[in-house]
Design a protein around this ligand. Sequence first.
Ligand SMILES: [Zn+2]
Length: 328
Amino acid sequence: MNNQPKPGSPIIPRNKVDPTQSYRAVNRMYRDIEQRYYDIKVALKQLFDMRLTGRERASNSMYGYILARNGNHPDTLYQVNAGTYIYDMTAAQLADLLQVVQTILDDHLLEGGSQNLWALDYVAAEYQRGTLNAYTNLSVQSPIYASQTTLQQLLSSPAYQNQIASAFVSTYSDWKLESDKARGDLANIIADSIGRGVNPRETASIVSKRLDVSISRAKSIAQTEQVGALREANWNETDWASERLGLNTGLLHLSALKPTTRQTHAFWHGKVRTVAAVREWYAVNGNKYHCYCGQIPVLLNDDGSIFNKGLADKLAAERKQWTTKEAA
Ligand SMILES: [Zn+2]
């Protein structure tokens, strides 16, 4: 027995269905995304009004479909009235039009460029919030940690700065990929419409529907990036604290335990894993997508259990209750 004070209990987020407490931050980014796509649609409409020129054909239209693709996979069929319109555009004019489409997408989805991308503010904010979470949690649990760590010191450390820099690279690449995907998608639809004589109004409407698909992908990217940054910050400080101070730390998994929660995610609710194990788990099986789980740093006994037995029991009971409800 030593005379060390008993470690304080980790702080469990109050809102159980949102263990990362990210709802508001993610929603702010969603609003930003919606505004960006709205602006894209307005810009494309102006472009189409100006450049998609030709004349209506009097003869009967042919009922048909335009097939949109998601990568190489056929995705959605859009019903169109083909053959009603004769475009007065050369191949060079079409190529030029598609070039402008790309510029419009890039202007809005890659605003700020790789050094200062619009999305980086959101991601960096979550990284900082995650670091604050970890700092607060470790401080209440470990007097040694509390006496030897300041938030300022964490935020200005080279390791922290490197993590932010690395998040910037991956965030930019996510958005570059989505902008390219959307451009490829729209290029196919526009070229197909022109080739088959679908009138400009209908073409614009299919383009708009296609952008809605891109919006939902963009929102998924945003959620993954933001919550991912928050988790990453928690994981890192958990590791760094044990390296700096020799603390026995681990990650306590908190699942949202919603009806939509994957069983494989709920399974870990209330259980402790090493940072390396959690990292590995998120790298496979699409675990990082649409995941609302959080992990908080915890101080561990020599046997790897958390100090607060009552908390461990309570979380295990929650897990069991969810499993029973899902099985019912
Ligand atoms: Zn999850």
